[in-house]
Design a protein around this ligand. Sequence first.
Ligand code: SF4
Ligand code: SF4
Length: 440
Amino acid sequence: MTFGRTGVHPPEMKLTAGSPIKDMPLPRRVEISLAQSLGRPAEAVVKPGDHVSRFDLIGEAQGAVSANVHTPISGTVKSVGPIDTPDGHGATGVIIEASDADHACDLQSICDATPLITPDGIGRLSPQEITDTIRRAGIVGLGGATFPTATKLSPSPGSPRCEYLLINGAECEPYLTCDDAIMREMPGEIITGIEIILRALGDDVRCIVGIEDNKPQAIREMTAAARSHSRITVMPTRTRYPQGGEKMLVKALTGRTIAPGALPISEGVIIQNVATALAVYHAVVWGMPLVERVMTVSGKDCQAAGNYRVPIGTPLKDIVGTLPDTTVRIVNGGTMMGRALAGIQGSTAKGMSGLLLLNSQETPLRDTTPCVRCGRCVEVCPMGLEPYLLAKLSQLGRIDDAAARHVADCMECGCCSYSCMAGRRLVDWIKVGKSMARQR
Ligand code: SF4
Ligand code: SF4
């Protein structure tokens, strides 16, 4: 199964494939950004000097596209104000420090945790109870989009009926293996999370889990875990980037086409990431808000390479230690859609699926030469756009012309830049044009 003839197949570089998930120790100090969703930052509900317990709410969502923020550790609030973030822009955040007693108490509470409900209890929960729990837990899409999950599961009145829940386990980005790791190690928990989401969506909704065929163990484990669930099917997809893009996944798994500018629900589809399904399981079964995630740390020279379960707000320095001398680029996410970081400042966030430390061979600097009109960028664009033209129009500031040529439909997958033999930074310019078109 695949989405069509576009897209690319970059070297996979899954250096951490097969690595077991390691637990990062509970930090003694966290710096938690209040901007952890696609929408407005949460509003702090704590102040310096307050004592907070593990899982307490520290930031309240501001609207439907915003999300609550909780603390992964007990401790004292040291400050509420500007903090460093990995992108270098900074944000308003909360700094919490744990005393020895706080730390000991947290470690004990992890050992003493008991589930709130058993698997038979899921059928007794109402859809409203489930979406309320997900909203309170501050769960956002963990594939990187950070759209609040509860809002996605509550389509506005008048929306088409949801027929399919698609679970994205494609993980088509080079280097990233965190979704693969959770599917190998926690398939039962993910399937229970999916069951809970299906309960919220309605009895006639079917679920398809899409996993690229370069993850055979994940496919086996998830298929075995889903065996007793008649509404859940695991479907391998061809390994081709960007198989995990929403529109590509819908095409590959259902054969349906999402019109330009439309959302998947227009075709009766809702998509969630596998890691989001796992977060839903933790929230509903264990009463745990979204305070940790599994992420990949990778790079050929990275000593700390692996898949880690990391509390949100853990300083990046605590995860990678000393940077290798050969590091020339640090990336938040994968190499195709990730963002280059200014340095190793700031802390982990809900949307951070990967931290890559790349050497000069892994991210060679290319000279940019004039466009030779080869048409490769057009051939590979999964959205059917003309990247060479959109980039030029954006560069010239002709934003109305770029908008008329559907710059807003660009999903920023990077296939065009990857394929360009002239080394042109197409997606960078297209992002500029897209952002200016949105502002207008
Ligand atoms: S124009 Fe946008 S959608 Fe098309 S290949 Fe480039 S980044 Fe991807
Ligand atoms: S791939 Fe590069 S060189 Fe070829 S048409 Fe597109 S922009 Fe021009």
